[in-house]
Design a protein around this ligand. Structure first.
Ligand SMILES: *Cc1c(COP(=O)(O)O)cnc(C)c1O
Length: 388
């Protein structure tokens, strides 16, 4: 049976050419970029080239890119780094109710240490209201962090507008762009952000490597201390193979982006329309158009998300319910609850995230298989019986 992977928002396979490009840096070109002899300089040249490629993908300058161990470290560094660097100015952070755990938990860490955080509510589509941002800013606010697109429901926030409000108030702005970098056109100057997080494994690079864009002049207290790499902003010997992989993944994503956005948007909309047509009591979560080209998230009433996932898996189809981190726990997704869904609607949610190797036939297969699974589960469902 052909396996159909539709969980690209959780992670993506590294592209074969990315893996090939990384391999020499484990063996013959293994040097430490800080060494001044030729081995080291070869490695340094590879890191420099990757930095240029990553900068080009987001319209940044090379010196504004700091390599990290992934999206989580980029988020932690941005929040803790800016909070500590601005402690004398204030102790207030603004964020949204639907952030990734890497941002939520970092805010909680800071809240236990004297900071306060405002968690902005979102509307039923998952959108932050710019007026709420304006109203939440106080004389103590030092940082606003709102994600570019949500990993569960795919809603794309009006970041340029939110960042403008922050700039006018003299507040730094960070965005977690892990779901958008390499997926949709993105320019840090057009967005007007001061900090932006990305992660290689979400766009066909390797796991365990990412980057933080830090706009020139943004004060940031380093998180990792040691040898002073990355212009003292992130110590530790560079993950050269990982950085090379991130760089090539960024370059390929940039070159192929327009075509992929068009292709995936078509597949996404076909899947959404097909699910609505073939299954009763299905609602789309997130926004119809302000949405990642690869994200489909629906609530199927009177069915458990986990049961649908397991039954889809038996058919060779990989999808998810909530985010990868929250599946396996019984807590409904904080994102869906923030959008106003009832607990049972949140529990009946399914996310299909499409990607490079998703084809029309895969969409058809899901549409052929899922209606039967839903009918079968509903026939056994105590949720449905109690409604009758
Ligand atoms: C995956 C993800 C992260 C975490 O990135 P890692 O590289 O896996 O640490 C952070 N934010 C969002 C929105 C994500 O989707």
């Amino acid at each position: 049976m052909k396996r159909i992977y539709m969980d690209y928002a959780a992670t993506t396979p590294a592209r074969p050419e990315v893996v090939q490009a990384m391999l020499p840096y484990f063996t013959e070109a293994f040097g430490n970029p800080s060494s001044i002899y030729s081995y080291g300089q070869e490695a340094k040249a590879a890191v420099d080239q990757a930095r240029t490629r990553v900068a080009n993908l987001i319209g940044a300058r090379e010196e504004e890119i700091v390599f990290t161990s992934g999206g989580t470290e980029a988020d932690n560094t941005a929040l803790v780094g800016v909070a500590l660097a601005n402690e004398s100015k204030g102790n207030h952070i603004i964020t949204s109710a639907i952030e990734h755990h890497a941002v939520i938990e970092t805010c909680e860490f800071l809240e236990k240490r004297g900071f306060t955080a405002t968690h902005l509510k979102v509307d039923k589509y998952g959108l932050v209201d710019p007026d709420d941002v304006r109203k939440a800013i106080t004389s103590k606010t030092v940082l606003i962090s709102v994600m570019h697109a949500n990993n569960e429901i795919g809603t794309i926030q009006p970041i340029a507008e939110l960042a403008r409000i922050a700039r006018e108030a003299g507040v730094y702005f960070h965005t977690d762009a892990v779901q958008t970098t390499g997926h949709i056109p993105l320019d840090v100057n057009q967005l007007g952000v001061d900090l932006l997080s990305m992660s290689a494994h979400k766009f066909h690079g390797p796991k365990g490597v990412g980057a933080l864009y830090i706009k020139k002049g943004t004060p940031l207290t380093p998180f990792l201390h040691g040898g002073g790499q990355e212009k003292r902003r992130r110590s530790g010997t560079e993950n050269v193979p990982g950085i090379v992989g991130l760089g090539l993944a960024a370059e390929l994503a940039r070159l192929e982006m327009d075509g992929e956005v068009r292709r995936l948007t078509g597949l996404r909309d076909r899947l959404i329309a097909g699910l609505m047509e073939r299954i009763d009591h299905v609602r789309l979560n997130g926004h119809a158009t302000k949405r990642l080209p690869n994200n489909v998230n629906v609530s199927v009433e009177y069915v458990e998300g986990e049961s649908m996932i397991l039954n889809l898996d038996l058919e060779g189809i990989c999808a998810s319910t909530g985010s990868a981190c929250s599946s396996g726990s019984l807590e409904p997704s904080h994102v869906l609850l923030a959008c106003g869904l009832l607990h049972e609607q949140a529990h009946g949610s399914l996310r299909f995230s499409l990607g490079k190797w998703t084809e029309e036939g895969d969409i058809n297969r899901v549409l052929d298989v899922l209606p039967g699974i839903v009918s079968k589960l509903r026939a056994m469902s105590p949720l449905l019986k109690s409604k009758k």
